[in-house]
Write a protein that binds this ligand. Structure first.
Ligand SMILES: Nc1ncnc2c1ncn2[C@@H]1O[C@H](COP(=O)(O)OP(=O)(O)OP(=O)(O)O)[C@@H](O)[C@H]1O
Ligand SMILES: [Mg+2]
Length: 377
């Protein structure tokens, strides 16, 4: 339990006694725990700057402070404060999750204490809840044929998430729905909590969801360097670059060099894209995707058609570019999947069959059956 708790009115011991009685399921901030409010029956525990705790600020002032920081969501601060104060006064057990402006997700749990009184705990559950891309009941029907059925996909921020499954399972269709290449039949898509189900494909890309492969963004008769520059120009001003000052184009050149280096194409910069060996072409596709600085990168079969050596190089490259972004990838090569992905969704006939780590899904009898079935088919 907290070792630096400070309190008003000498109620620290009472608080600690009450906390001892709390059920084990409640987690409180450990080092950050502060007693900041006390009104006979009410404890408020917050991760809170110590100086505020020490000034003995009133409960409703804390609430206001939090509301102004955006911790209770958007809206009229007065209304949010009175709502929160009302919840506190009524001692209603409650559980809510708040997304702070910095992206942290905080579970707020209010519980009556066994010996009377009430306690609210704030637990940082960001690690568990940070889904950057989510679908809810995602469904796609092609003239009566349901290619994707009721898919609830949850992609955790900062992970490499693989989507696998037999041919025709609906993987590419899910990608087409996520990037809005296809309209959804029903269900919804959220990106960083925001509904993007009806957002256009271009806007999706500008928001940071960019797809590579299958729809190639590479111009075969431009040099490797030119391809990267064109992609970078797409990110800035789109199409209307020619009047830009030369200094800015220099910046573009620097960025292009950096990207070429990042994907290991610095020695190929002058070659025409069409002359690149197959595996290097895919590296160029990754570079043109990276040029848009995506937060989420969708890769559809990045190692398809590659030989052993290229597979190793692309696998390393994906791991490298995943360091500060999220990757959702369709991949048939299971050793690549095992090698790269933290989480795997298995699709079969348009539905999620199983999810988990590679170890989990590869031991799942349904998954084994699905793969055997397709091998025999
Ligand atoms: N535009 C379309 N019109 C009609 N049916 C379609 C269309 N696109 C896909 N389908 C069907 O939807 C199902 C899922 O196809 P999808 O391409 O998403 O599968 P996949 O999992 O990517 O397969 P693969 O592993 O072979 O790439 C298939 O039965 C396919 O024939
Ligand atoms: Mg496919």
């Amino acid at each position: 339990m907290a070792s630096h708790t400070t309190g008003e009115n000498g109620q620290l011991e009472a608080l600690q006694a009450a906390l001892e009685q709390l059920d084990q399921g409640i987690t409180v901030f450990d080092r950050e725990l502060r007693l900041v409010g006390w009104n006979q029956r009410f404890f408020e525990l917050l991760e809170f700057p110590q100086r505020l705790a020490q000034t003995g600020t009133h409960f409703s002032e804390f609430m206001r402070h939090n509301a102004e920081r955006g911790e209770y969501g958007d809206g009229d601060v007065d209304a949010l404060v009175s709502e929160r104060v009302e919840i506190a006064r009524s001692f209603r057990p409650h559980y809510l999750e708040r997304v702070r402006p910095n992206g942290a997700v905080i579970a707020v749990k209010g519980e009556p204490l066994p010996g009377g009184g009430f306690v609210t705990t704030y637990t940082d559950i960001t690690k568990d809840r940070r889904y950057i891309l989510e679908t809810d009941g995602l469904t796609k029907e092609f003239k009566g044929f349901v290619a994707v059925r009721n898919v609830n996909l949850k992609v955790r921020k900062g992970t490499i998430h693989a989507m696998i499954g037999p041919n025709g399972a609906g993987k590419t269709t899910v990608f087409n729905l996520l990037t809005r290449f296809l309209p959804v039949s029903s269900g919804s898509i959220r990106f960083k909590g925001k509904d993007i189900t009806q957002t256009g494909a271009d806007a999706i890309a500008r928001m940071g969801i960019v797809r590579s492969f299958q729809i190639s963004s590479v111009f075969p008769h431009l040099s490797v360097r030119e391809n990267v520059r064109v992609a970078l120009q797409r990110k800035y001003g789109r199409d209307s670059q020619f009047w830009r000052p030369a200094r800015e184009l220099d910046g573009l050149n620097d960025e292009a060099e950096k990207l070429l280096f990042e994907v290991g194409l610095e020695d190929y910069a002058e070659l025409m894209a069409v002359e690149l060996p197959y595996g290097r072409k895919r590296a160029l596709e990754i570079a043109t995707t990276l040029a848009l600085d995506p937060e989420v990168m969708l890769l559809d079969e990045p190692t398809q058609g590659m030989g052993h050596e290229d597979i190793g190089r692309i696998t390393d490259l994906i791991r490298k570019v995943a360091q500060n972004r999220t990757i959702l990838m369709v991949e048939h090569n299971l050793s690549v999947v095992a090698n790269l992905s933290q989480w795997i969704t298995v699709l079969q006939r348009g539905e999620i069959l199983a999810e988990g780590t590679y170890g989990e899904v590869s031991r799942n009898p349904d998954v084994i059956e699905a793969y055997m079935g397709s091998a025999h088919a």
